[in-house]
Design a protein around this ligand. Structure first.
Ligand code: PAP
Length: 329
């Protein structure tokens, strides 16, 4: 018996379509041995592949939507807190912010590992505008309805060495100490160097959004984790302007920018009870999203020869793009 369901754009879709699609996708192994699926140019982990397919097939963007995009471990949690605070500053003062009682990932929800992984067709129509979501998919893998609409995308990237090391610690936190140290993942590093990583290739993710930000600067904002660490005030102003709600002179005088940056700072968020306990709906402990937050911490886990090899490949891939990264403090 064929079972059908209906997508939010009205098309009827066989119910097991996603499962069939996943079964036919090219597969590979991540550096830790876990499986990855290649879909629309992105290596998805099992927790995201179904959601990624449904998201791409069914999401209907509104011109007022805001999408926060990133490779994992690039500052997503931080960006969610900052963007939510900027957007809702007329509703909540920093002392009443929902961030004090709700993890950033529950306030700005992921398409792939949350909304579309729980339900093939989540009801997002009920949400008031402006809606704010997040995604780890590449620009080219986004639904056409996002790329072709007036919605705004804020992408955050991080230098590839800290991003890799942060991902390693995240996996270790989830799987336990028996995950092999990064220095011993010889075969895994071959795949890392081929871009076969969770939501990789790294260079395709960053280049897609980088080029889009140059072509459509009013619709795509490209931020770097290291720049935010260096000057959060400047970057918060940039974010607010991009979102069409610049800080007023009065807000600046009243210290609103400083209040938001303090509320969203690593130390403040990490120490909140809500982020020290409990878990994300995907099962990940909330505390796993907070570790050291340092630029250049990669040198504690990546031997120089491995770092050099990986960095050289990234630099070759980014050559001519004008995009570069700061890898030390
Ligand atoms: P995600 O993509 O799985 O949501 P994401 O938030 O992008 O993860 O990355 C987590 C990193 O951001 C961690 O880096 P580390 O492993 O090098 O320490 C985490 O510590 C850091 N981080 C989390 N919150 C903040 C924050 N408020 N300010 C700065 N860095 C942060």
């Amino acid at each position: 018996m064929e079972t059908t369901t209906f997508s939010s754009n009205g098309e009827s879709v066989p119910r097991d379509e996603v499962q069939d699609l996943v079964a036919g996708l090219p597969g590979e192994k991540n550096w830790d041995g876990s499986p990855l699926y290649f879909y629309k140019g992105v290596w998805y982990p099992p927790s995201a592949i179904r959601g990624a397919i449904s998201f791409r097939q069914h999401f209907i963007a509104r011109d007022t939507d805001i999408i926060l995009a990133s490779m994992p471990k690039s500052g997503t949690t931080w960006l969610k807190a900052l963007a939510f605070s900027v957007l809702n500053r007329s509703i909540y003062s920093p002392t009443e912010s929902p961030l004090l009682t709700t993890p950033p990932h529950d306030l700005v929800r992921f398409f792939e590992v949350d909304l579309y992984s729980k339900h093939q067709l989540p009801d997002l129509e009920q949400l008031p505008s402006p809606r704010i979501f997040s995604s780890h998919s590449h620009y080219e893998a986004m639904p056409q309805s996002i790329r072709g609409s007036g919605c705004k995308i804020v992408y955050i990237c991080r230098n590839p060495l800290d991003q890799l090391v942060s991902a390693f610690h995240f996996v270790r936190k989830l799987k336990g100490e028996n995950v092999k140290p990064l220095s011993s993942i010889d075969e895994g590093l071959d795949n890392v160097c081929l871009g076969i990583r969770t939501f990789g290739p790294f260079w395709d993710s960053v280049l897609g959004y980088w080029k889009a930000s140059l072509e459509r600067p009013d619709k795509v904002l490209f931020l770097k984790y290291e720049d935010l660490k260096e000057d959060i005030t400047f970057n918060l102003k940039k974010l607010a302007e991009f979102l069409g709600i610049p800080f007023t002179e009065k807000e600046e005088k009243d210290g609103v920018i400083e209040e938001i940056s303090s509320l969203c700072s690593f130390d403040n968020l990490r120490n909140l009870e809500v982020n020290r306990s409990g878990a994300h709906p995907s099962g990940t402990p909330n505390s796993a999203f907070f570790r050291k937050a340092k630029v250049g911490d990669w040198c504690n886990d990546l031997p120089p020869s491995m770092a050099e090899r990986f960095l050289k490949i990234v630099e070759e891939k980014l050559a001519g793009s004008g995009l570069s990264f700061k890898v030390t403090e």
